[in-house]
Design a protein around this ligand. Structure first.
Ligand SMILES: Cc1cc2nc3c(=O)[nH]c(=O)nc-3n(C[C@H](O)[C@H](O)[C@H](O)COP(=O)(O)O)c2cc1C
Length: 189
């Protein structure tokens, strides 16, 4: 079984809904299992994220999809604390060659969400992971997915408190399926 971790932070629920859609897309790929893992403020003590079980879960995944709301043009403080807690894995190279992808949600259509995706991309590069971009061509998808047009990662806008647009949900599911499909191919090499 190819495991794909979907690690995310969410306060009002939009990022959680996206994470669940990504995991659903993973589960639609035969032989793959999506595991959602939530970053919570209660696991941060004096600024340090401490949840060994969550980190061990990610160690066991072939791929990791990273999701954070956009707060002040970047990842949330809670998600950054998780990223900093991965520094031991950075040093021992234990996530090397895992696939990675990312998604974010903001309250505005151009609310600097790309800053969040860039941060996630750079984090993946530091960890030696392989970034999977979105392959849906903006404006050319018959279903209208990837409506933001971002290729580096999934950029979305919250519909209401905790809500996501149906086309963003479909794009998230597609991204999860794409990552799972690629991870599955690599595992068979
Ligand atoms: C402290 C804070 C900063 C925010 N900064 C941005 C921002 O820079 N750009 C943006 O588009 N939305 C911003 N928002 C809106 C959130 O991204 C939006 O409410 C999103 O839905 C939160 O995700 P969640 O529903 O998973 O908690 C901000 C919200 C908060 C609370």
């Amino acid at each position: 079984m190819v495991q794909v971790g979907v690690v995310y932070h969410s306060i009002s629920g939009s990022c959680k809904a996206l994470a669940e859609a990504v995991a659903e897309g993973v589960n639609n790929e035969p032989g793959c299992k999506g595991i959602t893992l939530v970053i919570e403020g209660k696991d941060i003590h004096q600024g340090r994220f401490d949840n060994p079980a969550l980190m061990t879960h990610l160690d066991q995944c072939e791929a990791v999809v990273l999701g954070s709301p956009t707060f002040m043009g970047a990842v949330s403080a809670q998600f950054k604390a998780f990223m900093d807690a991965a520094s031991e894995r950075y040093s021992n190279r234990s996530w090397l060659d895992k696939l990675a992808a990312g998604f974010t949600v903001g309250g505005n259509s151009s609310g600097d969400q790309l800053g969040t995706i860039r941060t996630l991309q750079i984090f993946a590069a530091q960890m030696g992971m392989l970034w999977v971009p979105i392959d849906i061509l903006p404006s050319q998808d018959p279903k209208g997915r990837n409506r933001s047009g971002c290729q580096s990662g999934l950029v979305t806008v919250a519909e209401s408190a905790g809500g996501i647009h149906e086309l963003d949900r479909l794009t998230a599911s597609h991204l999860g399926n794409r990552v799972a499909h690629l991870a599955s191919r690599i595992s068979r090499l």
